[in-house]
Ligand binder design. Structure first.
Ligand SMILES: [Zn+2]
Length: 382
């Protein structure tokens, strides 16, 4: 068991409420896990040393919402939107057509390069959804590809109703044979609960079927307008309600009492030129907030958690501390994980060394590549 001592840490963000931030800190990892954190003058000895020269060390980002298995390109839709055409859920069908035509090798290659792009920017845990196949075999294939990259795979057959099928027929398929084919590759089930996608009754029925098949629930809720998604998430004990851009007072109250994480996806508002979610209202009400990229070819084609942190601070009135917390511990909570998202003894040694004295620089120096090293399970990968 080789142990590694990280020394010269100007600021260590642990994500552990017992000692969330440590200055002049050190950290020891061994056997893929964090062994010790504390002040540098009390650091234990180790087999190897890594001097981070005053840099800031944070847990690897946990991106708990991403759609990475797809083909095609929607540059023209983005250009049209930036010229004033409003965003709607319908653009998903463009990606569905391209994804069905692609070979499995092409899809796996695209997914691999996006996962690598994320790793380069400090993301060491990523959730990957299906949702661009929308046939039994295409959804199964998407999840099989996703499962090669992460254990956090989500069955999103209920992304939109594909052309040529009635909503009733499609819901029967999603809750029946498609669920049977996909469940072996999925940890989670998700529904796009939105006007133009699935209504409250359909959402409840689909999530309940997934839960009965042993999957955990998560919901796309309140992206384009207020709707029943958040209350259904709370009612069914979902891990997370995602987007939460349009919430009623009752939604906020329900989230605060539920333990359901509100996952905010500011890349989507940025890329659709829409008003951002009210993070302050949620945090002040005691809701656990996560930040994720929503990486997808239509409404948020960014793989960058540092960019989302910068947006959260600049556009959503989150403090830098709240934003880094949401991007690490918050994401882990949204995936019901305690082994990632924080650097405390026993946690996985997933960490990022920043070329900056503080995580605040992620927002203070937006767009600048500040990720200097990435370690995953105690192994340097970037
Ligand atoms: Zn999404």
């Amino acid at each position: 068991m080789t142990s590694v001592l990280f020394e010269g840490i100007g600021l260590l963000y642990t994500g552990d409420p017992a000692a969330e931030e440590l200055r002049d800190a050190a950290l020891v990892v061994a056997d893929g896990e964090v062994l010790w954190t504390g002040p540098s003058d009390r650091a234990p000895d180790a087999d190897e040393r890594v001097d981070v020269e005053g840099g800031c060390v944070i847990p690897g980002f946990v991106d708990s919402h991403a759609h990475l298995v797809f083909a095609g390109d929607r540059t023209e839709e983005f250009t049209a939107r930036m010229s004033g055409v409003p965003y709607s859920a319908g653009g998903i069908r463009t990606t569905v057509a391209a994804t069905r035509q692609a070979t499995g090798g092409e899809l796996a290659g695209r997914t691999a390069s996006l996962v690598a792009e994320m790793l380069d920017q400090g993301t060491t845990t990523v959730e990957i959804k299906s949702g661009y196949g929308l046939t039994i075999e295409d959804e199964r294939r998407s999840l099989e590809i996703a499962a090669a990259f992460t254990g956090e795979t989500t069955y999103l057959g209920a992304h939109v109703v594909p052309p040529g099928l009635s909503a009733d027929d499609y819901v029967r398929e999603v809750t029946g044979p498609m669920l049977d084919a996909c469940a072996p590759y999925a940890r989670w089930i998700d529904v796009f609960c939105e006007r133009g996608a699935f209504d409250g009754d359909q959402t409840r029925e689909i999530l309940a079927a997934g839960i009965a098949a042993g999957l955990g629930a998560r919901v796309h809720a309140g992206q384009l307008g207020e709707g029943p998604g958040v209350s259904i998430a709370c009612e069914l004990g979902a891990a997370s309600a995602d987007h939460c851009t349009h919430l009623s007072a009752a939604d906020v109250e329900a989230l605060a009492g539920s333990g359901v994480v509100a996952t905010l996806l500011p890349g989507a508002e940025f890329s659709t030129r829409s008003p951002y979610p009210d993070a302050r209202r949620l945090i002040d009400a005691g809701v656990t907030v996560a930040l994720a990229t929503d990486c997808n070819p239509g409404s948020s084609f960014t793989s960058s958690m540092p960019f989302c942190v910068a947006l959260a601070v600049r556009e959503m009135a989150m403090t830098p501390l709240e934003a880094i917390r949401a991007a690490t511990v918050g994401g882990a909570r949204a995936l019901r994980r305690t082994d990632v998202g924080a650097l405390r003894p026993g946690a996985r040694a997933d960490l990022v060394v920043l070329d900056a004295p503080s995580y605040t620089h992620l927002a203070y120096r937006p767009g600048v590549p500040l990720v200097r090293q990435v370690w995953q399970g105690g192994v340097r990968v970037v």
